[in-house]
Unconditional design. Structure first.
Length: 201
């Protein structure tokens, strides 16, 4: 599906601020579902699903790098590059990685995880899934850690269980690890910082 519309610079700035606040809220309270509104428009057609385009437009700029995994990888990368000015990089060196499809096919294990001196130099992974909800259907994951009172459960549809197990394994070495953002077709979004413990239930 292709998306096309035109907004003014002022409207885009206001939208970007709103998206950033929602992402900050979601990262501060892991597992809390927020809505990424489709308030952006762009002066040309893009293949990137609108929730991902909004996240990319908000977080990326010419100072960072990114890569994509999944169907239409080259086209998605070209669209994000045009939208944000960020540079396409090899997956093992990318600051942001966008995963479209049910799995990264094991490539998540290649991503940079930071160093003991600079743990925040790790990659951020942005997943595009079919559906996210509090009550299902889909794979249930339980989160525990900073920003969560007790435990929090989230259901995801359209992502392979092995992907969650890989994230869990990678983040066992906290403060090294990966920060993850999950967004669905309706713009429902939640975040999974590397500091949070994950269980598939």
């Amino acid at each position: 599906m292709r998306y096309e519309a035109v907004f003014t610079l002022k409207e885009d700035v206001l939208c970007s601020q709103k998206v950033f606040r929602n992402l900050l809220l979601a990262m501060s309270y892991p597992g809390r579902i927020v809505k990424i509104q489709e308030c952006f428009s762009f002066p040309y057609q893009v293949e990137v699903p609108m929730p991902l385009a909004s996240i990319a437009y908000t977080l990326l700029d010419g100072e960072v790098s990114f890569a994509a995994i999944g169907k239409d990888k080259e086209r998605i990368e070209e669209d994000i590059r045009r939208l944000t000015g960020a540079r396409v990089e090899k997956i093992q060196n990318a600051d942001y990685v966008f995963v479209l499809g049910e799995s990264s096919q094991g490539q998540i294990n290649l991503l940079k995880r930071g160093t003991p001196e600079y743990p925040d130099s790790s990659a951020t992974v942005v997943y595009y899934v079919d559906a996210i909800s509090k009550n299902g259907p889909g794979t249930a994951i339980q989160l525990e850690g900073p920003g969560i009172k007790g435990r929090r459960k989230v259901f995801l549809n359209g992502l392979d269980v092995q992907e969650f197990l890989s994230i869990k394994s990678i983040n066992l070495n906290y403060p090294l690890g990966l920060d993850c953002i999950f967004a669905d077709r309706s713009g429902n979004t939640f975040c999974l910082p590397r500091s949070v413990r994950l269980e598939v239930i």
